[in-house]
Design a protein around this ligand. Structure first.
Ligand code: AP5
Ligand code: MG
Length: 315
């Protein structure tokens, strides 16, 4: 069994994931739990994640993908897993598909725990978690027998640092903008299953098990995600060979002619009569006037050369 649990903060992902993990004997992998553990241990990774977690924002994809990549390679994840709180955006979901493709372990499906917004607030503000065994309680709906003490191991219960109203507001906004698009993505790919997350915890579990049964029995095969689109090769920009002067002429001409209607309703004026050389070589039409002084100069020159010629003949 390989599934992703999707749902808003407080929808019951952690609560159901623990129960499913016990039932199918596969690991429950929660990025939130892994990040909190890194923070509690004071590792550099935990320190890097702290600011985003305190603000109710997403920790960087780079950090989260590093954690998940390592966790999925562990031997206990070979027989399956339940991912809780991961992926949280489209980029993480695509990276997950890539990792699972390489491991030849496709997801069975993504399960959305559907819970109304007003219920979420009560669940989050009332949550108490055991700092030793991780058991989850709720002071409104599922209180411990003794105040602030775990029923199972007797350790102290704590209120999560990000379960205050301001941070909860931010987490819900981040869910709306970044995680909700995953619902559409998995639905379009035919890999989404929706389970009503409102009702007693064990009633919700029964709904989950009924939906997952065909996958557990192997009678329903997972749908494979689409292959990633090939990265387009960027064409080199072709350098224009047109000189700048021509470019401006072209632009001018387009400006003038581009706006002109194809067939102008205005009658065109007849072309002006200009001197046209006939096949015979004679000019017709208007004779061009010689430049003043030009003809005189020419005849003086001609007379001079005739004189010279005559003198030469006499000698
Ligand atoms: P994370 O720990 O994943 O928190 P979350 O998504 O906000 O979800 P929660 O754990 O608050 O809710 P849940 O659905 O697990 O509900 P639960 O079962 O506990 O993430 C925390 C932070 O880490 C993020 O804000 C982010 O900064 C960072 N992070 C984590 N993953 C990341 C990622 N992939 N990328 C980037 N950053 C990441 O139940 C809640 C309460 O309701 C409990 O009190 C429970 O007892 C009660 N309850 C449960 N089910 C029921 C029921 N059926 N009826 C009544 N009460 C119920
Ligand atoms: Mg959780």
């Amino acid at each position: 069994m390989r599934i992703v649990l999707l749902g808003a903060p407080g929808s019951g992902k952690g609560t159901q994931a623990k129960k499913l993990a016990a039932k199918y004997r596969i690991p429950h992998i929660s990025t939130g739990d892994l990040l909190r553990a890194a923070l509690a241990a004071g590792t550099p990774l935990g320190q890097q994640a702290k600011a985003a977690m305190d603000a109710g924002q997403l920790v960087s994809d780079e950090i989260v993908l590093g954690i998940i990549r390592e966790r999925l390679r562990a031997s206990d994840a070979k027989k399956g897993f339940i991912l809780d709180g991961f992926p949280r955006n489209i980029a993480q979901a695509q990276s997950l598909d890539g990792m699972l493709r390489n491991l030849e372990q496709p997801l069975d499906c993504a399960v959305l725990l559907d819970v109304d917004f007003d219920v979420l607030m009560q669940r989050l503000t009332g949550r108490r978690t055991c700092e030793n065994c991780g058991a989850t309680y709720n002071i409104f709906t599922n209180p411990p027998r003794l105040d602030d003490q775990c029923d199972r191991c007797g350790a102290a219960l704590r209120h999560r640092a990000d379960d205050n109203e301001v941070t909860i507001g931010n987490r819900l906004r981040v869910y709306e903008s970044q995680t909700k698009p995953l619902i559409d993505m998995y639905r379009t790919q035919g890999r989404l299953e929706t389970v009503n997350g409102v009702g007693d915890e064990d009633v919700v579990l029964k709904r989950m098990l009924a939906m997952l049964e065909p996958f557990a029995k192997g009678t329903r095969k997972p749908k494979l995600p689409p292959l990633p689109a090939p990265i387009p090769v960027k064409a080199k920009p072709v350098k224009s060979v047109m000189p700048a002067k021509n470019k401006s002429l072209l632009a001018k001409s387009l400006k003038t002619h581009g706006k002109m209607p194809l067939k102008s309703p205005v009658k065109q004026a007849p072309p002006k009569k200009t001197s046209v050389k006939k096949a015979s070589g004679k000019h017709v039409g208007k004779k061009s006037k010689p430049k003043p002084g030009h003809a005189k100069k020419k005849s003086a020159k001609a007379a001079k050369s005739t004189k010279k010629h005559k003198r030469g003949k006499r000698r």
